[in-house]
Design a protein around this ligand. Structure first.
Ligand SMILES: Cc1ncc(COP(=O)(O)O)c(C=O)c1O
Length: 353
C-alpha cells in the first residue's frame, strides 16, 4: 500500500507526529505475544517492568494513551466523590476535563504561572477532611508543562508539592507525558523526578516516537486497581505486545536523543527572535515546545497557521496571537532553516499588505 504523503514538509504541530523507528518496527514484528486479558502478554509485561525499573516505581500498567493514564490515575486514587486540584493551564484541566464526569470528581484549576502550581493557592485549596464539603481526592502536576511552553519542574519543585500533599494525606499524581524531556533538560535520571510524586503517567508516543501508548506507574496496589479499571474502560488489549514492543525500544533507545530536539527548539527560537524581536517576549525554550506571539488575537494566530501551512510548515494556533511549535525526531537542522524561511516570507507578505 503506498504511503500517504506527509501533510507538511516541516511538521511542527506536535511531537505526536513521529513515526516508529526501524528498530521499533523490527521489535514489533518479532515480539513474543500472549493475551493481556488472560495470562498476560510477555512483551506488555516486559514494557511495564522496564518502565517501572527505569522510573523507580514498584509497578507499571500499559495504557493506550496519556489521557487514559491520567483518567485511570484519578479513578484509582479517588475513594468517593471529591476534588482534583490541578493547574488551571494543565492538560488534565483543559483537554481532559470531561474525565471529571466519568470519574465523579470535581476538577478545580489553581493558578499555575509558568507551569508551577502556586503553593499558597494550593495550600489554601486542600481540604483533606473526608467529611469536608468536597474533600481533596488528588493533586496533579504536569512536567513538562505543555501550555506553558514545555517548562520544566525540578525534583525540588515537585518535592515541595509532594511534601505538602503528604502533610495532608492527599496523593500526588504527575502527568509526565513529557517527563523524559524534563529529565534530559535537567540532566537528571527520570527516576529522580518520579521519586517526587506518588504516581505518574509517561507517554511513549510523543518525542520517544513509539506509535501508540503510555505507562501509568505507582505502588502495586494502586496499579492493581488501575488494571481492573482499565478493563472497565475497554483498555484490555489482548496481543498488545505488538505495540508494547515499540515502547520498550522507546525507553531503551530514544530518551537521550531528546537533547537534539531541545537544541533545535532553541535554534528555532533564536532564529525567530532574530527575524522579529517583538515575537520573542518569551525565554528560550527549556525543552522541545515553544510559543511565539505573532499577533494580538486568535484570528492573527489562525492566519499565521494557514499562511505557514501554504509554505509547507505545520504549526498550531494556541490562543490569543500565539503559535505553538514542537520539535521532534523528524525535524533536523534543514527543517529549522525551512521553517525560518517560511516565517520570514509570511512576515514580509503581511507587512506588504
Ligand atoms: C501534557 C500532556 N498530557 C497528556 C496528554 C495526552 O496524551 P494522549 O494524546 O496520548 O492522550 C498530552 C497530549 O498532548 C499532553 O501534552
Amino acid at each position: 500500500m503506498p504511503a500517504l504523503p506527509p501533510p507538511f514538509a516541516v511538521d511542527l504541530r506536535s511531537d505526536t507526529v513521529t513515526h516508529p523507528t526501524q528498530a521499533m518496527r523490527q521489535a514489533m514484528a518479532q515480539a513474543p505475544l500472549g493475551d493481556d486479558g488472560l495470562e498476560g502478554d510477555p512483551t506488555v509485561r516486559a514494557l511495564e517492568e522496564t518502565a517501572a525499573a527505569l522510573l523507580g516505581k514498584p509497578a507499571g500498567l500499559f495504557v493506550v494513551s496519556g489521557t487514559m493514564g491520567n483518567l485511570l490515575a484519578v479513578l484509582a486514587h479517588a475513594r468517593g466523590p471529591g476534588e482534583v486540584l490541578a493547574g488551571a493551564g494543565s492538560h488534565l484541566l483543559n483537554a481532559e476535563r470531561a474525565g471529571a464526569a466519568l470519574a465523579g470528581q470535581h476538577y478545580r484549576g489553581l493558578p499555575d504561572p509558568g507551569g508551577r502550581l502556586d503553593p499558597q493557592a494550593l495550600a489554601e485549596a486542600i481540604d483533606p477532611r473526608p467529611t469536608g464539603r468536597c474533600p481533596t481526592a488528588l493533586i496533579a502536576l504536569e512536567n513538562t508543562h505543555n501550555a506553558a511552553g514545555g517548562s520544566v519542574l525540578s525534583a525540588a519543585d515537585m518535592g515541595a508539592v509532594h511534601a505538602l500533599a503528604r502533610r495532608h494525606g492527599v496523593p500526588l499524581h504527575t502527568d509526565g507525558a513529557r517527563l523524559f524531556n524534563a529529565a534530559v533538560a535537567l540532566g537528571v535520571p527520570a527516576a529522580t523526578l518520579a521519586a517526587a510524586t506518588d504516581t505518574l503517567s509517561i507517554c511513549l508516543s510523543k518525542g520517544l516516537s513509539a506509535p501508540v501508548g503510555a505507562v501509568l506507574l505507582g505502588p502495586a496496589d494502586f496499579i492493581a486497581r488501575a488494571r481492573a479499571l482499565r478493563r472497565v474502560l475497554g483498555g484490555t488489549l489482548r496481543q498488545a505486545g505488538v505495540i508494547a514492543a515499540a515502547g520498550v525500544v522507546a525507553l531503551q533507545q530514544m530518551v537521550e536523543r531528546l537533547a537534539d530536539d531541545h537544541r533545535r527548539a532553541r535554534a528555532l527560537h533564536a532564529g525567530l527572535c532574530a527575524l522579529d524581536p517583538a515575537w520573542c517576549d518569551t525565554r528560550p525554550p527549556a525543552t522541545n515546545l515553544l510559543r511565539v506571539r505573532v499577533g494580538a488575537d486568535s484570528a492573527a494566530a489562525q492566519h499565521w497557521e494557514a499562511a505557514l501551512a501554504a509554505h509547507g510548515v505545520g504549526v498550531r494556533a494556541a490562543g490569543a496571537g500565539w503559535l505553538r511549535l514542537v520539535t521532534h525526531r523528524h525535524i533536523d537542522e534543514a527543517g529549522v532553516a525551512q521553517a525560518l524561511t517560511a516565517f520570514a516570507a509570511v512576515r514580509e507578505a503581511r507587512m506588504g499588505r
